[in-house]
Write a protein that binds this ligand. Structure first.
Ligand code: HEM
Length: 267
């Protein structure tokens, strides 16, 4: 495979991942609304028809694998070129701090994603998260899950709102701290990644290169501030329904008797 094809592949997979990250960030920002918002949203995603959730997961997994494998190949090629006589190629490299650290920020992000999936999707970091359930109250979200569940008399759902609130609470301060650190690395990775994505697509000239670099910087910072606002709010206990999070924490993590209650809710 030629280097050009590899760079296109990096740009294409990077584009898909940036799209996912922006969508996921908007979804998560619903934590600043009523708990129904994120809880109904999670329900909707988990009950997509035709196994679409697994299709999306598979596409994302393949995208990440291609992005990482091709990145490693490009790094090795680059190293070989630098080891040889190719000084011109070396001189052309834009050696900013973000570009030099791409492989390290990428590696930490990979570790972050694995931890993150165990934390909130598999919920094996805190198995108690599985017991968090709450009534959907019908506050009128965009997702209309309540309208669909109410006639079935079944409005008790997994409480993603409390899960994220507890997961980022000061009780587990090192977890939100790791999230904020990872989001800073994500910001660096995106800032350089998005700029080089445009270069790989051939958009390189004296007018557009600086503009696109600015756009990449803006995307990186928006993603950093958007995502980091959640662990920061968790640490400061500043979510709008903090009382709900506290009640769920005491119910599930503090009280032994509470466990059987929560298990009964699941049925
Ligand atoms: C403050 C930051 C974040 C929060 C609060 C957050 C929240 C969540 C939650 C609640 C879930 C599980 C949804 C559910 O199963 O109910 C999830 C899944 C996931 N998140 Fe995040 N996320 C954050 C940052 C990120 C970032 C930066 C990435 C990628 C770079 C990411 C990638 C994923 C992936 C791949 C899944 C698994 C989706 C699935 O297969 O179900 N998340 N996130």
């Amino acid at each position: 495979m030629s280097s050009l094809v590899k760079k296109y592949l990096m740009a294409l997979t990077g584009f898909v991942l940036v799209g996912f990250v922006c969508g996921h960030m908007l979804g998560n920002l619903q934590m600043f609304l009523h708990p129904d918002w994120i809880n109904e949203y999670a329900y909707k995603l988990q009950h997509l028809p035709y196994g679409l959730l697994w299709v999306v997961r598979l596409v994302l997994l393949i995208t990440v694998i291609v992005h990482v494998v091709v990145a490693v190949q490009l790094v090795l090629e680059n190293r070989r070129a630098r080891g040889g006589e190719n000084y011109a190629a070396k001189a052309k490299l834009q050696a900013t701090f973000a570009s030099k650290t791409m492989r390290y920020t990428g590696l930490v992000l990979l570790a972050f994603i694995i931890f993150h999936i165990l934390h909130f999707t598999v919920q094996s970091v805190h198995p108690e998260f599985k017991e968090l359930h709450t009534e959907i109250t019908g506050t009128g979200t965009l997702w209309h899950v309540y309208d669909h569940l109410k006639p079935m008399g079944h409005t008790n759902q997994h409480d993603v709102y409390a899960m994220v609130g507890i997961g980022f609470s000061p009780h587990f301060w090192y977890v939100p701290a790791f999230y904020i650190f990872s989001m800073a690395l994500l910001c660096m990775h995106l800032t350089h990644g998005v700029a080089s994505m445009f270069q790989s697509l051939g958009l390189r000239n004296s007018v557009w290169t600086p503009r696109l670099r600015k756009l990449a910087l803006v995307i990186g910072w928006v993603v950093f501030l958007g995502f980091s606002s959640l662990p920061v709010a968790g640490l400061l206990q500043a979510f709008p329904h903090q009382d709900h999070i506290q009640a769920q924490y005491e119910h599930t993590f503090d009280g032994g008797a509470a466990h059987s209650d929560a298990a009964a809710h699941n049925h």
